[in-house]
Write a protein that binds this ligand. Structure first.
Ligand code: FRU
Length: 495
């Protein structure tokens, strides 16, 4: 039975969606049907389609009562909206259906697990959120909440752990058909921990152990965990709140992190070996992964960050928040690498290429412009010249605006700067990242989609993501060198 709350949300989104034209949205990144979007939820392959749900407040472009929005796709790039899947309409989730995940049940139905939130009045007049894990079962469009919700609550977590920060279950199915999930929590010392649970059937869940403990190393609470095998190792992804920088890592406040290590399935012991940021740009948070039918581990993140949500263009916007491009993950040299899903190549049109262009000062190249672009660059020093001091590429550019990427080989630092990208006030708009290069030779792939830029360095060694509010007519691209560089460019329009 669909509740009144969900019926109203579905009616509202259907009518408000009509007020947003296709040109006002990204072309191949998912944005909310209307209103506000944050984390990706329930990223799954079900009944012949990719399903992507998201944290959703249809009624305003602000975070608010959390619903689950819903969209499906066959290529991970073109999304079709389905009616909102969940609304905060039960005693266990009346103040929000927070993030969660999806698996397929033995009988073919789809199971969603999400965090139900209830605000509890405190003696001092304030509120505390109590967070529990709840289930809903459905057919890919309509979902019914489980009668025995919540299935995990404060009785299922270790002594002294927080009932207020216990959220974001990510489930998966084991080869024997049973299920596991990881959930973010805070230990008695206030620091994040990831709890592991198991279930024979998806409905009865049991606490197993603390899979990983932050011990106050990386930020505080760890949100939105995901845990999966990749290229012979295991990866634990989390989104820590309140991070402090460590060298060139973790500059984002609310950051993303992955721990790469080994997992012994018998003892359920995870041994961490290394840690790194997942994205080195400005806007990326709460990623979730899927195993595609052809065996790729694909990640999608919220292309926003809690610390930059106020950097908007205006307050009368019709939607806020978008997902990153889905990215194929792999390990190389012990680190996590990412590339845009290969499906993106099918959207490429109108190839324009230049080889061995000498850049000294500022250069524009005929045919190289646009705001829905897939562009690959290789820069290297000019033979017989001193190492150049700086190379920049500017895009989303006209006389008033530009966003730039600049590389200083002497420092091995790549900087993304969107100071002139149309946000409503000048605030901190930069990220710097250390990058690897051979004597000034660097490869960059830049994906633009109307309101964003995603940069893939050295074929996926690092990524930098940022949203842009720049008016669409600012579609220029130019190349600037302090010193002399040789440049190869291949650029496609993305349909
Ligand atoms: C992360 C997060 C999650 C929570 C959701 C609420 O961005 O804070 O931990 O489930 O957003 O919308």
């Amino acid at each position: 039975m669909t509740s009144q709350t969900l019926r109203e949300a579905r009616k509202y989104e259907e009518s408000s969606e009509k007020m947003i034209s296709a040109e006002e949205r990204p072309a191949f990144h998912l944005s909310p049907r209307t209103g506000w979007m944050n984390d990706p939820n329930g990223f799954s392959w079900y009944d012949g389609k990719y399903h992507l749900f998201y944290q959703y407040n249809p009624y305003e472009c602000q975070w608010g009562p959390m619903h689950w929005g819903h969209a499906v796709s066959t290529d991970l790039l073109h999304w079709e909206y389905l009616p909102a899947a969940l609304a905060p309409d039960e005693a266990c989730d009346r103040d929000g259906c927070f993030s969660g995940s999806a698996v397929t049940l033995a009988d073919g139905r789809q199971l969603l697990m999400y965090t139900g939130v209830v605000r509890e009045r405190q003696a001092n007049g304030g509120y505390n959120e109590v967070q529990t894990q709840c289930l809903a079962v459905g057919d890919g469009t309509d979902y019914e909440k489980y009668g025995k919700n919540p299935v995990l609550d404060e009785r299922d977590i270790p002594e002294g752990s927080s009932r207020n920060d216990f959220r974001d279950p990510k489930m998966w199915q084991e080869p024997d058909g049973s299920y596991r999930c990881v959930i973010g929590n805070r230990a008695a010392d206030g620091s994040g921990q990831i709890l592991l649970f198991s279930s024979p059937d998806g409905f009865a869940w049991q606490y197993e152990k603390v899979l990983a403990a932050n011990r106050n190393r990386f930020g505080k609470m760890w949100e939105c965990p995901d845990f999966f095998p990749l290229d012979g190792r295991w990866v634990l992804m989390v989104s820590p709140q309140d991070m402090l920088p460590s060298g060139f890592e973790y500059h984002n406040g609310n950051g993303t992190l992955c721990l790469i290590g080994d997992y012994d399935a018998d003892t359920q012991e995870f041994t961490e070996c290394s840690d790194q940021s997942i994205d080195y740009g400005i806007d990326f948070y709460a990623p979730q992964t899927i195993l595609t039918p052809d065996g790729r581990r694909v990640m999608i993140g919220w292309m926003q960050n809690w610390d930059t949500c106020s950097h908007r263009r205006r307050h009368d916007e019709a939607w806020f928040g978008q997902m990153s491009i889905p990215r194929e993950l792999f390990l190389r040299n012990g680190r996590l690498w990412q590339r845009p899903v290969r499906e993106l190549e099918q959207l490429r049109r109108d190839r324009v290429a230049y080889d061995n262009v000498t850049v000294s000062g500022s250069v524009r190249l005929e045919g190289i412009r646009g705001r829905r672009v897939d562009m690959e660059l290789e820069v290297r020093p000019e033979e017989g010249c001193d190492l150049y001091r700086k190379f920049s590429v500017r895009f989303a550019q006209n006389d008033s605006y530009h966003t730039s990427l600049s590389f200083r080989p002497g420092e091995s630092v790549l900087k993304l700067d969107r100071k002139f990208s149309g946000s409503r006030k000048a605030v901190i708009h930069q990220r710097r990242s250390k990058v690897n290069h051979e004597g000034g030779r660097l490869r960059l792939r830049i994906i633009l989609d109307r309101f964003s830029a995603e940069v893939f360095v050295n074929d996926g060694e690092q990524t930098l993501s940022a949203v842009l509010y720049t008016p669409q007519e600012a579609d220029g691209i130019s190349f600037i060198a302090d010193g002399t560089v040789k440049l190869d460019v291949v650029k496609y329009q993305l349909a």
